[in-house]
Design a protein around this ligand. Structure first.
Ligand code: NAP
Length: 290
């Protein structure tokens, strides 16, 4: 049976896609730049079933050709920063010479009808390749709080961001993975676009409260003014470009663009999206003090 190639398999969404595909007995090639790192993750997460850890680097065309052997479907993830369109172009060059019949692309939401600017060109390139696609455009991930912001929660009991006070319909990446699996295993998802949100729009104050409730200690959201946020990051030795990147990321939130709630998760998976309370309960380990 041909396999699904899951790129970004060491990342937030990719690892959940691998897990969810294996649970459906779909054979998987799990790929990131370092195959040993994928294998270590496989052992830690106790992946069961027909999977293979492979090395894939968008900068190395030979690795793309090798990773695409025996593959008929692909979950395509690129990093948030960097030459994303070039990576997608390199991947499509290899995919066009392979047996790939469906690409499920992890894109991003700007509004209900638009991809995020980072992803717009990649979506266009994929659509023009002629390979059937499904674009998943998720809103902000809940899992940002157990990755990027875990340190502040764990050590300073705070989430300090220039994210404003407007609500966001955060999504749990496990729901994105379930939509991806449906797209791979059911009919009717070719050339479809899904805007993926949680079931409600909540503020960062609500997120802090949900995490406080599972930890039994108070976590505070600090709505940082943008200038102050930039100053603090620079004083901590971080590049100004990084501070500006975070500020840019939250600009649409302040225009209420991240607040809409869609029904796409429910429509595709038949299940309501996970809530912030389920998320906080399942990831409490990430913020526990040693
Ligand atoms: N965070 C959010 O709130 C959010 C919201 C909407 C959309 N998104 C989108 O989600 C995507 C990121 O997904 P994620 O959070 O699951 O990923 P992630 O945790 O940031 O991990 C990135 C993955 O890409 C792999 N990678 C990096 N450079 C690579 C290269 N040159 N060649 C091959 N693989 C490479 C990494 O593997 P190794 O480093 O192990 O090689 C890793 O598996 C981005 O496109 C972002 O725009 C994020």
């Amino acid at each position: 049976m041909a396999k699904v190639l899951v790129t970004g398999a060491t990342g937030n969404v990719g690892q959940e896609v691998v897990q969810a595909l294996l649970a459906q007995h779909v054979p998987v090639k799990a790929a990131a730049r370092n195959a040993e790192a994928v294998q270590r993750l496989a052992e830690k997460a106790a992946w069961q079933g027909d999977y293979e850890a492979v090395a894939l680097d968008y900068a190395n065309p030979e690795s793309l050709v090798a990773a695409l052997e025996d593959v008929d479907r692909v979950f395509l993830v690129t990093p948030t920063m960097g030459a994303v369109a070039e990576m997608v172009t390199a991947f499509l060059d290899a995919a066009k010479k392979s047996s790939v019949k469906h690409i499920v692309r992890l894109s991003g939401m700007r509004t209900i009808d638009e991809p995020s600017p980072t992803h717009a060109e990649s979506e266009r390139l994929i659509a023009e390749s002629g390979i059937p696609y499904t674009f998943l455009r998720p809103n902000f991930f809940m899992q940002n709080f157990n990755t990027f912001y875990a340190d502040g929660i764990k050590h300073r009991d705070s989430i300090a961001l220039p994210a404003g006070e407007e609500p966001i319909s955060f999504i749990d990446v496990r729901d994105i993975a379930e939509v991806a699996v449906a797209a791979f295993t059911q009919e009717g998802h070719a050339n479809q676009i899904y805007t993926l949100t949680g079931g409600e729009a909540i503020t960062h104050y609500d997120v802090a409260e949900a995490i406080s409730a599972v930890l039994g200690r108070k976590i505070t959201y600090i709505n940082m003014p943008e200038d102050k946020f930039r100053e603090v990051l620079i004083a901590a030795g971080r590049p100004e470009a990084m501070a500006n990147g975070v500020i840019y990321l939250y600009a649409p939130v302040k225009q209420m663009l991240a607040a809409p709630v869609t029904q796409d998760v429910q429509r595709v998976t038949g299940k309501a999206p996970r809530t912030i309370h389920e998320y906080a309960r399942d990831y409490a380990w990430a913020w526990a003090r040693d």
